[in-house]
Write a protein that binds this ligand. Structure first.
Ligand code: HEM
Length: 414
């Protein structure tokens, strides 16, 4: 579907066949990112990877971060951090359960992923309550909200004054200032010669080393570093939490599948923690995660794209600078590619080797092509580990009085 709103043409892609054509013939043309108000502001005018235009800076940032921050080796080196944080979460839930307290899983998962990302990226755990945790949690919740918020000027550039009157500009400015102060603080802590040992080799430490050790051909300024931190914190925290919460929700709705996946995991025996090494022995659990990502991609419209040149798709001419939303949610349910597309059937991923990391046009939770997600390994590792342990240790049920048909599958922005 395509429409012209004011000065900007907008294209929404909801068919896997169109994605296939883009992947095959137009990947570069679709590799731009639009200059949207909130993305620009929070990325220090595109000095990051995720919201930067398709240019030399992006190429270099993407290259060095793929090599030094997101490599398989690097992702594996953070394994003890993930296991330690998942173990703490399991103990916290066990304590709540022993006192017959209800677990709010969405909140618990945001706590877990905030702690994993803070430990991996900033070398510190922020705990599950208290000032450090609350500050981080509230701040990045606001960031998610503003990144998906509606700015009139993004679609009707001549009506930017409405964003002033509605208070959106002021809200963005406030969040930006708080974020900037947060980054300043963690960077200062890392540059302090008396910093704790846990900060050695964390992602911020590696980022600071890119320029110091001559690993990057561009000199990264403080603004580049802050913008990169934003990508890592925002990219990691919310998406991983969302996948686990969706998986648990859909399993509660499908108790037979819940029992089957628990039986697989519990075959490993009674233990305090299922480790990441053991996940490869759990094909059905991995299929459950993939099927969840197909039906409930945490970024249903991916991250917006912008076309870099004119091109023709399915006989339609697409103008340069068209704003493109790729509807991963609809594509994962495309009836041309999927049998019983709306049913939760993890089995389908056991019977085929469909790749969900951006190589198959019909399931694209991590995006596609050169702008696809570089954090796939870290994201999948944390998701599978958290889900395996939640299902191994506890039996789950809905809150008293709630039935399977009462489960709310509606989504909210952010
Ligand atoms: C389950 C977890 C995750 C999901 C589902 C996810 C999903 C996505 C999606 C849909 C995009 C946009 C891709 C496109 O435009 O085609 C993206 C981009 C990105 N993600 Fe992730 N992500 C996850 C985890 C992570 C993690 C853990 C990190 C970093 C530590 C990360 C860093 C990034 C970055 C930097 C980009 C921008 C890439 C670019 O524009 O070149 N993501 N991710």
């Amino acid at each position: 579907m395509s429409m012209k709103l004011g000065c900007r043409q907008v294209l929404v892609i909801s068919s896997a066949n169109v994605v296939k054509e883009i992947m095959k013939s137009h990947d570069v043309v679709f590799s731009g990112r639009p200059s949207l108000v909130s993305l620009q502001k929070l990325s220090y005018n595109g000095l990051d990877i995720a919201f930067s235009s398709y240019n030399d800076l992006w190429r270099e940032m993407r290259k060095v971060s793929t090599l030094h921050l997101f490599s398989l080796k690097q992702a594996q080196s953070f394994r003890p951090v993930r296991e330690n944080e998942v173990s703490k979460m399991i103990k916290k839930i066990a304590k709540d359960a022993s006192m017959s307290r209800i677990t709010n899983l969405s909140e618990m998962m945001m706590m877990l992923t905030s702690n994993i990302i803070c430990s991996v990226a900033l070398g510190k755990s922020i705990g599950y309550e208290g000032f450090e945790y609350r500050r981080f949690f509230d701040l990045f919740n606001d960031v998610q909200g503003i990144l998906t918020g509606f700015f009139v000027s993004d679609y009707f550039p001549l009506f930017g004054w409405i964003d002033k009157i509605s208070g959106m500009n002021a809200k963005l400015e406030k969040i930006f200032r708080e974020l900037d102060a947060f980054y300043e603080e963690v960077i200062r802590e890392h540059l302090d010669s008396n910093r704790p040992k846990s900060m050695e080799g964390d992602i911020l430490d590696l980022v600071l080393g890119l320029t110091r050790d001559g690993l990057s051909s561009i000199t990264l300024t403080m603004d580049h570093i802050k913008a990169l931190l934003m990508n890592i914190i925002v990219g990691g925290t919310d998406a991983i939490a969302a996948v686990v919460v969706w998986a648990m929700t859909v399993l509660l709705k499908n108790p037979t599948i819940m029992k089957k996946v628990q039986a697989e995991i519990r075959q490993l025996g009674k233990k305090d923690l299922i480790s990441e090494n053991e996940i490869s022995n759990l094909p059905y659990l991995r299929a459950v995660v993939k099927e969840t990502l197909r039906l409930y991609p945490p970024a249903p419209l991916l991250v917006p794209r912008e076309t870099l040149a004119k091109c023709t798709i399915n006989g339609y001419e697409i103008e340069p600078k068209t704003l493109v939303h790729i509807n991963a949610w609809a594509i994962g349910r495309d009836p041309e590619f999927w049998e019983k597309p709306n049913e939760f059937l993890p089995q389908r991923f056991l019977e085929s080797d469909i790749d969900i990391r951006g190589h198959d046009p019909a399931v694209i939770p991590f995006g596609i092509g050169r702008r696809g997600c570089p954090g796939t390994v870290m994201g999948m590792a944390a998701t599978e580990l958290a889900l395996a342990n939640l299902l191994h240790t506890f039996d789950w049920e809905l809150p008293p009085g709630m039935k399977e048909e009462d489960i709310d599958f509606d989504v909210l922005p952010g």
